[in-house]
Design a protein. Structure first.
Length: 79
């Protein structure tokens, strides 16, 4: 964890974060963290009908959940 302090009015924590921050594994908290409690309910389990619909089911899942599966991902899961 890092706490970034501005050294001047022109210094931007967002600019710094864009240089050193990995958006896939890290989060930026501009106002700090007050608690590590989860404030949302996890999604309910769902069934993906791969045996019935095949690759179309994975393509739809990727689109709905924003998973970003490409054809290589879907090929891998379908083998």
């Amino acid at each position: 964890r890092y706490h970034i302090k501005r050294t001047s009015a022109s210094a931007s924590p967002q600019t710094f974060a864009s240089l050193v921050h990995d958006r896939m594994t890290e989060c930026v908290y501009p106002n700090g963290i007050a608690s590590f409690d989860q404030h949302s309910e996890p999604e309910k389990w769902t069934t993906v009908p791969i045996l019935k619909e095949g690759r179309k089911a994975l393509e739809q899942l990727s689109k709905e959940k924003g998973l970003g599966y490409d054809s290589q991902d879907i090929d891998y899961y379908m083998r």
